[in-house]
Design a protein around this ligand. Structure first.
Ligand code: GDP
Length: 458
């Protein structure tokens, strides 16, 4: 395994904590740590063993009592020699230790450098490396699950196998080129077609999962819209169980846009409360309405809330037309069920001609139905439920669609009987996208840009 120069960094979050962990990796990592450590001789210790001792300044003063864990190459995260130092979580101690490590020959690690080394040493592919970053920053159950599944190999293993098969075919097609004018076919066209179809079958669910995946990673921007007095603030409060919005009997008083988060089934909904949907009645309201439209554009999911008691069938129809026109995914939610007659309810249902989620915001009833509907809305068409791979990364998405487009062109070409050089060209493009996706083809710029998004110490 090849080892680079030793690097060191704080691996835990900066700031004061009970303990902090520093990580040293690279050629000589154990030796360097040993030179500032008093206790056992670390250079003689087995891999995966922990040792108590003290770290010393150059003139022998104790910096801290620490626990040092030794990992020997290649059985470590980076596949290099690695030492993890658990010290007390003080900024001063951490700085002192880092200074000592650098005095003894380590240099401070750049952001993501540990993960980059792990990748370079074949610990995992690029998709998995990026999943490490996502895992670290995942803040909901669903995003954690998506990152973990990618880390475990997710879709990249399957794609790697298919890519290799495609490489073999491209080699045959290119061999045909060498024969120029002679009419030879080394690459079996039917098998090639089948392989391309197989690859696209793997690609499509991944491509489709991107919008859901992104929603899971970043939260689903969800806007609650409805006329003044529909009960939007009451609903928001009920959902968040907190008095975050101003509830008032005066129409149109909820002027400030309030953003909050709601977790349902591990999915994060970023709720946005806005002023009324319809025409402005005064200046302040107008800003609110402009904002409503802006928020609708920014949102991924619209909850249209109406006051079942006071809305007229015409009003409902008109509002529905507006929302459908916007093309946004929406949920139709009828409020004030407690104050509603059965006749009115049925009338509105027949007007809407689509499912209505009925709730009573002020009574806090049937909110579970609403939550279930929200969750179902995000999960439909998604691979989340089955636990299959979900694409959350824009770079992956770009290469997945790039591969798919190139294969589509190659298939069209194949059917039209294009010459081998045309075919080879499209196949090469597909291969390049696949290779860049899993990191089998990389450039230093790409790696630098990916790993620089990590924090230092990762
Ligand atoms: P917003 O303007 O859409 O934010 O509406 P509010 O949340 O301020 O609610 C307007 C009025 O409707 C308030 O007086 C609420 O108490 C009342 N309200 C909200 N939800 C319900 C409900 O489920 N049933 C009944 N009867 N009244 C409700």
């Amino acid at each position: 395994m090849f080892q680079l120069e030793p690097i060191a960094a704080l691996a835990t979050a900066p700031g004061i904590g009970a303990i902090a962990v520093l990580r040293v990796s690279g050629e000589g990592a154990i030796d360097i740590t040993n030179r500032i450590f008093r206790g056992k001789d670390l250079t003689k210790q087995e891999s995966h063993t922990a040792h108590f001792g003290t770290l010393r300044t150059a003139d022998g003063h104790i910096i801290d009592e620490v626990l040092v864990t030794v990992f020997r190459a290649p059985k470590s995260f980076t596949k290099e020699d690695v030492v993890e130092i658990s010290c007390h979580g003080s900024e001063f101690i951490i700085q002192q230790i880092l200074r000592r490590l650098t005095q003894e020959g380590a240099r401070l690690a750049r952001p993501g450098e540990f993960t980059q080394r792990a990748f370079l040493n074949g610990q995992f592919d690029l998709v998995q490396a990026e999943a490490v970053a996502d895992l670290i920053s995942s803040d909901s159950e669903a995003s954690h699950r998506a990152a973990l599944s990618q880390l475990r190999g997710g879709f990249s293993k399957q794609l790697k196998v298919l890519r290799q098969q495609l490489i073999d075919f491209v080699a045959l097609v290119e061999l045909e080129l060498d024969f120029g004018e002679e009419d030879v076919e080394f690459a079996h066209r039917d098998q090639l077609r089948q392989l391309m179809l197989d690859i696209r079958r793997v690609l499509h669910p991944l491509i489709d999962s991107f919008s859901t995946g992104n929603a899971i990673k970043n939260g689903v921007p969800t806007v609650i819209i409805g006329k003044p007095n529909a009960g939007k603030s009451t609903l928001l409060n009920a959902l968040l169980n907190e008095e975050k919005a101003i509830v008032s009997d005066i129409p149109g008083t909820t002027r400030d846009v309030i953003e909050d988060e709601l977790f349902i089934d591990g999915i994060r909904f970023r709720l946005i409360d806005t002023a009324g949907l319809r025409e402005a009645t005064d200046q302040i309201e107008a800003i609110g309405i402009e904002r409503t439209q802006q928020k609708m554009r920014d949102s991924a999911l619209v909850v249209y809330l109406f006051d079942g008691k006071n809305i007229s069938p015409d009003e409902l129809q008109e509002s529905l037309a507006d929302i459908r026109l916007s093309g946004k995914p929406y949920l139709l939610v009828g409020n004030k069920l407690d104050a509603l007659t059965d006749e009115k309810k049925q009338l509105l249902e027949s007007i809407a001609a689509e499912p209505i989620v009925w709730i009573s915001a002020s009574q806090q009833t049937y909110l579970d139905d609403l939550k279930a509907a929200l969750s179902a809305r995000v999960r439909t068409d998604s691979a989340v439920q089955t636990g299959s791979a979900v694409v959350t990364n824009a770079r992956h998405y770009e290469h997945l669609t790039g591969t798919d487009d190139a294969l589509a062109r190659a298939l069209t070409g194949l059917d039209a009987g294009v010459t081998p050089d045309w075919l080879a060209m499209d196949l090469r493009v597909a291969l390049r996208h696949l290779g860049e996706l899993t990191g089998e083809i990389t450039t230093d710029d790409l790696l630098d840009s990916i790993f620089s998004k990590f924090c230092i110490g990762k």
